[in-house]
Design a protein around this ligand. Structure first.
Ligand code: SF4
Ligand code: SF4
Length: 414
């Protein structure tokens, strides 16, 4: 198996960044504002899906989150969705009517890591509270019901909310070995289970690398023939929120967008929301200045590592990975992998485990990291003319770094 063939690398280097146009003009935003206002008024007129719900404000108070915390979240989420600040009141209202949209969340071939990412915190963020506030009608990991009662609950939810619920899928689907996943007294395979629930859903949200692209279960030799939701579900709106785990902020962002518009957000060619996956990790990495200056960690624990230099030579795949974790971060915004000194393993990209999750910088290929033979030659071979602006940036910086490195070596020799 050869992932790093020239065509594959060429396709990565030439893939355009999915920038969202954030300046669409007054008329566009005025119309969008009116559309969202109308949608929110319709939702407010509806009863919450479940009776006797705790009010959103009460939920915030229970967890000792202040109005100020909430407003900070509103600003950040509005910006993340690439909406101008005047949309902040609408985002705040959307959070408060999230209990009008029914959710069914199923787990197939997975570790439930995405669910855990949502539940993990002793002091939840507003994102986590908002997901708690959703009307989750069925969620295998957290619900009390089991066995026949759980099946009945699922059946009832599908019947009651036919065509209205959002179906969240976590985990890959074993199409090559259907018996690897079955569920129920009259067992359904993963394929049957997902297809049936997707057929009755308003839209399907694949959460995490496995549900989007097969993830770790699909790693070579992929014994169960694991695939993602989009490989088996056709004719339904699908959004992929990859990563391992998916960031709760991105899940909330997709749901808030759905609440505000009744539609899924703008997606890239891999069905990922552009607001979260429109930029490369490398575009917003805090170590980028070191990449630009040709300052790299050369081995674990060296002076470069102590000085937080760029991790490209240690196998960081940030230049090839589209995700917003460099901005949103993990664990309540505390930090993220590169922040703690570990390169990106490209977990939001298809086949990441085989392609990127190694400590080698694109080995077995002609494209090598700066300073290790022939970056200049490789960039020339790939052809600057066909590179996108970002890829040109990477190539040019790589060359510049290599040259800078050589100059330093020469100086030292002198
Ligand atoms: S290669 Fe990795 S560590 Fe270096 S700047 Fe890019 S994303 Fe950051
Ligand atoms: S830094 Fe890379 S590997 Fe880590 S969570 Fe983000 S996309 Fe995934």
């Amino acid at each position: 198996m050869q992932f790093f063939d020239r065509e594959h690398l060429r396709s990565i280097f030439t893939k355009p960044t999915n920038y969202i146009n954030t300046n669409r003009g007054k008329e566009y935003y005025d119309n969008l504002y009116k559309k969202m206002e109308k949608r929110l008024n319709e939702l407010k007129a509806q009863q919450p899906v479940k009776e006797a719900e705790i009010k959103f404000q009460e939920l915030l108070e229970t967890w000792e989150l202040s109005r100020r915390d909430f407003l900070k979240w509103v600003s950040a989420t509005t910006a993340m969705l690439m909406l101008p600040p005047q949309f902040e009141p609408l985002v705040a209202q959307a959070a408060e009517v999230m209990n009008r949209v029914p959710i069914i969340w199923i787990n197939i071939q997975d570790c439930a890591g995405n669910t855990e990412a949502l539940l993990r915190s002793a002091s939840p963020t507003v994102d986590e509270l908002i997901l708690e506030y959703l009307s989750v009608e069925y969620q295998e990991v957290i619900m009390a019901a089991a066995g026949d009662q759980a099946e009945e609950n699922l059946h009832k939810a599908v019947k009651d909310f036919d065509g209205k619920y959002l179906l969240f899928v976590e985990g890959s689907i074993p199409v090559g070995m259907p018996e690897a996943f079955t569920i129920g007294r009259h067992p359904k395979t993963g394929v049957e289970h997902v297809k049936h629930l997707a057929e009755h859903a308003a839209a399907v949200i694949a959460v995490g690398a496995c549900a989007c692209f097969g993830g770790v279960p699909a790693a070579y030799p992929n014994p169960t023939g694991a695939v993602g939701v989009m490989d088996i579900v056709k004719g339904k709106p699908i959004v992929n929120i990859p990563a391992c785990p998916a960031n709760p902020a991105n899940i909330t962002g997709v749901v808030i967008h759905y609440i505000l518009t009744g539609e899924l957000p703008e997606l890239d060619s891999l069905l990922r929301p552009k607001f979260a996956f429109g930029y490369r990790i490398h575009d917003n990495c805090e170590r980028r200045a070191h990449f630009d200056a040709g300052e790299f960690v050369e081995e674990w624990g060296d002076e470069g590592a102590k000085n937080n230099f760029c991790l490209y030579k240690m196998g960081c795949k940030g230049p090839f990975t589209f995700n917003n974790c460099s901005i949103v971060r993990y664990n309540e915004g505390t930090n993220w992998p590169i922040g703690v000194g570990r390169g990106c393993i490209g977990c939001s990209e298809p086949d990441f485990w085989d392609k990127y999750a190694t400590e080698r910088p694109l080995a077995d290929s002609d494209i090598q990291p700066p300073g290790l033979h022939g970056v200049e030659a490789t960039v020339d071979e790939v052809g600057l003319g066909i590179l996108t602006a970002t890829a040109i940036g990477i190539g040019v910086h790589a060359v510049a770094s290599a040259i800078a490195g050589k100059k330093d070596e020469t100086k030292e020799e002198q």
